[in-house]
Ligand binder design. Structure first.
Ligand SMILES: [Fe+2]
Length: 490
């Protein structure tokens, strides 16, 4: 036992605000400064990678930790908080062994024991058919009770799930409630197979399509319109031999183009663009000409700098910039080389969210994290407490696709922001009429805050909800309206 690490490595991703949180618990009646409108009734779920135990891999990336799910219940002008780890196979077996057993990120050949499923369930939480699904793209979902956050277990949709993997970014048809998903490396590590599936709101698989990607690469997010699915394939590629030798699952490949595949049925058309790194999708739709409009974040550099190229080269993290861009694709065109996308918003941005009632449709409003050094964040002051290994954003922005204007909410000079989420205003059907919730890291108090913005007065917080704990950088989450929750759970 003497070689088992009992403290986290002295690395940026395990230091300062990035020190693992490792807390489970409940806090009722969080402190509220300002006012939470009484009409808001629902739950904001989000998940963070949060290693319960020190890894035995020395330089484990920040997002290889166990999924720890936070739920903020907001009702009657008050907010309460609950947090539970997802009881994955990894979590349960490591807790029992009192040590880390899993090895490198998505490399089973480096594990201390053999796992049936390596999921960390740490990337997204979505509510579907009465259950909360905790997602990691290398595995099926884990199902959780949306109220107690108790883990029910690995979820294969009653045996219907055709692939070994399930995306962390499923899309929902706002009209039908259908969930459209995919899995890549769908037949196992290193396989080029991609499997798409549509699931009815009651959980029945209605369509399954198998495809083969041109390279085995990380397909983190995708885009869905009425008739098409599109997947941006970046240059992080897999080599099973490298993995067997203890190397990384992903390696940056400068000679591989960005592929953008579009598929109306079971034949994928692969369009190409110069080497670049696609980030998250904001939205996609078909325009009047039948062209596909896909809005997403795009960077010219390797955003996952912790997985360098074969020569070990990676960009300096502070030099990486991502912008909100628009690809417009004529799917009938014989031309496979894509033109330069339109830059919709020039800021350094990511974590794009919309009014989800307009997903897959022409839309106007986009909300996202922004890094603008001119806003006055005191990086010198917060630097020693920052930790590292993750991208920094100091504001939330609202971009209007019609006017081209951007509004910015700056939470303070010792604050950084995590992903925002949009909540529609009660009884309003107008796109973008509602609220934004965003988790804010306060580097002075070293605790987290939830800031509530009214989109009619975007630049100031309507309420600041204080937590007595520090929630490490997380990834994605969802707002679930109280009326949409299972009646059993509301
Ligand atoms: Fe993501």
């Amino acid at each position: 036992m003497s070689d088992i690490r009992v403290c986290f490595p002295d690395r940026p991703q395990f230091s300062g605000f990035m020190k693992p949180c490792r807390v489970e618990g409940d806090v009722s009646q969080l402190e509220v400064y300002g006012e939470i409108p009484k009409e808001i009734d629902g739950v904001f779920y989000r998940v963070m990678p949060d290693p319960q135990l020190p890894p035995f891999i020395d330089n484990d990336p920040w997002f290889n930790g166990d999924g720890n799910v936070s739920a903020f219940r907001i009702k009657d002008g008050r907010a309460s908080f609950r947090q539970r780890y997802v009881r994955t196979e990894k979590f349960v077996r490591e807790r029992e062994a009192q040590r880390a057993l899993i090895g490198k990120y998505r490399n089973k050949f480096t594990d201390a024991v053999e796992f049936k499923v390596r999921s960390t369930a740490n990337t997204n939480v979505v509510y579907f058919n009465g259950q909360l699904l905790a997602l990691k793209e290398d595995s099926p979902p884990y199902a959780m009770d949306p109220v107690t956050l108790e883990t029910k277990g690995l979820y294969d949709f009653e045996g219907q799930l055709p692939s070994l993997t399930f995306t962390a970014h499923p899309k929902f048809d706002p009209v039908t409630g259908e969930m459209v998903c995919f899995g890549y490396e769908a037949r196992g590590d290193g396989t080029p197979d991609v499997c798409y599936y549509s699931v009815s709101p009651t959980g029945k698989f209605t369509e399954v399509v198998w495809l083969v990607a041109p390279v085995v690469a990380m397909i983190h997010d995708f885009a869905v319109t009425d008739n098409w699915v599109s997947e941006p394939v970046p240059r992080s590629v897999c080599d099973i031999q490298r993995m067997k030798q203890g190397g990384e699952h992903w390696q940056w490949s400068p000679e591989t183009p960005l592929y953008l595949g579009s598929c109306p049925s079971n034949v994928m058309q692969w369009f190409q663009y110069k080497n670049s790194f696609p980030g998250h999708t904001a939205n996609a739709y078909e325009d009047e000409q039948g062209h596909l409009v896909i809005d997403l974040g795009l960077s010219e550099k390797n955003v996952f700098f912790w997985w360098p190229d074969a020569q070990g080269s990676a960009p300096e993290p502070s030099s990486i910039v991502s912008q909100l861009v628009r690809f417009t694709i004529d799917p009938q065109s014989e031309k496979r080389a894509l033109s330069k996308p339109e830059i919709l918003q020039h800021g350094n941005s990511e974590f794009y969210r919309i009014d989800d009632r307009f997903a897959t449709c022409p839309y106007r409003h986009c909300y996202f994290d922004l890094m603008d050094p001119q806003l006055g964040t005191d990086l010198e002051r917060i630097g020693p407490k920052l930790g590292g290994g993750f991208p920094l954003y100091n504001a939330v922005a609202h971009f209007d696709n019609v006017t081209g204007e951007t509004e910015v909410y700056f939470p303070g000079d010792v604050h950084l922001v995590q992903e925002p989420v949009f909540l529609p205003r009660k009884d309003s059907t107008t796109e973008g009429d509602g609220y934004i919730l965003v988790l804010v890291n306060n580097y002075e108090t070293m605790a987290s805050e939830l800031h509530l913005l009214d989109t009619r007065d975007f630049t100031r917080a309507q309420a600041r909800i204080l937590l007595p704990v520090r929630l490490r950088q997380g990834l994605h989450g969802s707002w679930v309206d109280g009326g949409d929750l299972n009646p059993r759970t509301a």
